[in-house]
Design a protein around this ligand. Sequence first.
Ligand code: AMP
Ligand code: ZN
Length: 112
Amino acid sequence: MSDCLFCKMVAGVIKPEVVFEDENVLAFRDINPQAPVHVLVIPKRHVATLNDLGGHEMAGQLMLAATTIARQEGLAEDGYRVNINCNKKGGQEVYHLHLHLLGGRQMTWPPG
Ligand code: AMP
Ligand code: ZN
């Protein structure tokens, strides 16, 4: 997907602040952080939304990467939030699947 912002990051055309990378997953700091730690975890393969997730493998890779990064960022014990926005009413703005990892402050509920 040559016109996809996050695919450009996977391709190295745009260089975000990467905090984690493996064969399947890339994670980088959000440009407009909503918490002291705000990391986006994306599959390297383009998938537009959570609805397009084919099977459990990619879901597991993203979720496990999030827990690794949470430990790396020192969030695991105090706690953190993992969030996926899907489509318009879910508040999705970038149509390449991504998981938000937020931490470093007290989260509130319900979310906005
Ligand atoms: P969502 O609303 O769930 O689609 O989230 C998209 C996220 O991507 C937002 O939190 C943006 O701040 C973030 N974002 C947009 N452009 C960039 C960028 N160039 N680098 C890092 N994060 C970005
Ligand atoms: Zn993409």
